[in-house]
Design a protein around this ligand. Structure first.
Ligand SMILES: [Zn+2]
Length: 378
């Protein structure tokens, strides 16, 4: 799994081991635009190369977690030729298509995405399926997520504010169905043996509270988390309760210096720092904002920001170990178990529960998958 360095935005590639599938979860950026920005500009070409290298020889399923441009703006730029578009297997988008089209601006990034989708749907030889999902925890969406890793990806949340009645803190839906875009983000967990990653997009407090209420046991003791909403604490994102429940060994921040956003704030970094289970890495810089000023610290803890670390790659190895890599190939962390002894015990209990459910539910896809994987690149 690789969190591509796109500045202010989100673009995560997953090379599903021993399958012909790769995932691209979001791909957008508002780049860096802060005054006196000490960071180099972000290169779309470099991100494109990195995406293609990670998914070489595979068909890519693109998942757009919500319709904010820092999560989709680069898709039309990266997959711009027919050859690039042919690499795409299908596209899943969380959001309401009619509403998105109605509120689009032809020249802006909304209009460009709509044109790009039309071009995918009309590819001369091999038109692609592009599907929008706008219902609360749509079962069709769960079945559309491709297998990746030993288990199917777990759909933890999508369109949380489309519940009836909607949770408190959701904006009331008038003519814009996409008014709660961040809270409605897709939240997904990828599992590979004892190793796991949560990709929560721009989930807000209402989203993570909903997950803790309904599916708490599925998020506890996750190996790696991408911090929700670029590490923001707006709208109760990255709450104490969420961070404590997830209890991750490594937390990643996909952040830039776009004016006015100030991701991640120092307070959220502190919340993660208090976790006793964070892995010990080589000393590395970690940027954050205090009172809208960019600060930098040096830490051994398992907290990494793309702003300092560039692309961050997590490899799940054999025997439930993992490695984190950044600084262009300089490994930061020696192989470490994905779970501690204590969480292995909890996991065994969970596995037993899961087995009960598997018997009842359909699990042919899981059973068909080759579980004898050897390495790397998850
Ligand atoms: Zn975002």
């Amino acid at each position: 799994m690789r969190v591509h360095n796109v500045g202010q935005g989100n673009c995560v590639g997953v090379n599903c081991p021993q399958m012909d599938t790769a995932l691209l979860v979001d791909c957008g950026s508002k780049e860096h635009t802060h005054r006196d920005d000490p960071f180099p500009p972000i290169s779309i070409e470099a991100v494109k190369q990195s995406i293609m290298q990670l998914s070489v020889g595979k068909r890519i399923t693109v998942i757009i977690t919500h319709l904010d441009e820092d999560h989709y703006k680069w898709l039309p730029k990266i997959f711009n030729s027919d050859t690039d578009k042919e690499r795409i297997k299908r596209v899943l988008i969380i959001g309401d298509e009619d509403s998105f089209v109605r509120h689009s601006n032809e020249r802006g990034s909304t209009g460009k995405l709509i044109k790009w989708i039309e071009s995918l749907r009309m590819l001369p030889k091999n038109p692609k399926t592009v599907t929008f999902y706008s219902n609360y925890n749509d079962p069709l969406l769960q079945s559309a997520l491709p297998p990746c890793g030993i288990e199917l990806p777990a759909l933890l949340a999508a369109n949380v504010c489309k519940q009836i009645p909607p949770p408190r803190h959701c904006k009331s839906i008038t003519e814009d169905q996409n008014v709660n875009k961040n809270a409605d983000s897709l939240v997904m967990k990828l599992n590979h043996g004892a190793c796991s990653i949560i990709l929560p997009a721009d989930a807000e407090g209402v989203t993570t509270d909903n997950i803790l209420e309904n599916r708490r046991h599925e998020v506890e003791n996750t190996t790696v988390i991408l911090a929700p909403h670029h590490g923001s604490e707006k709208e109760h994102a990255n709450s104490d309760e969420w961070i404590r429940a997830v209890n991750a060994k490594v937390a990643l921040f996909s952040a830039g210096t776009y004016i006015g956003y100030y991701h991640p704030p120092f307070e959220v970094i502190q919340r993660f720092r208090e976790s006793p289970i964070l892995n010990h890495l080589e000393e590395h810089p970690l940027s954050f904002y205090t009172d809208q000023r960019l600060g930098i610290d040096f830490t051994h803890q398992g907290l990494l920001n793309t702003l300092n670390a560039g692309n961050i790659t997590v490899h799940f190895l054999e025997d439930d170990f993992f490695v984190v890599e950044s600084y262009v190939g300089n490994r930061l962390l020696r192989p470490t178990p994905c779970v501690t002894d204590e969480s292995i015990i909890q996991r065994v209990v969970l596995e037993e529960k899961k087995d009960e459910r598997t018997v009842k539910g359909s699990s042919e896809m899981v059973a068909d998958m080759d579980v004898g994987w050897s390495a790397d690149d998850f």
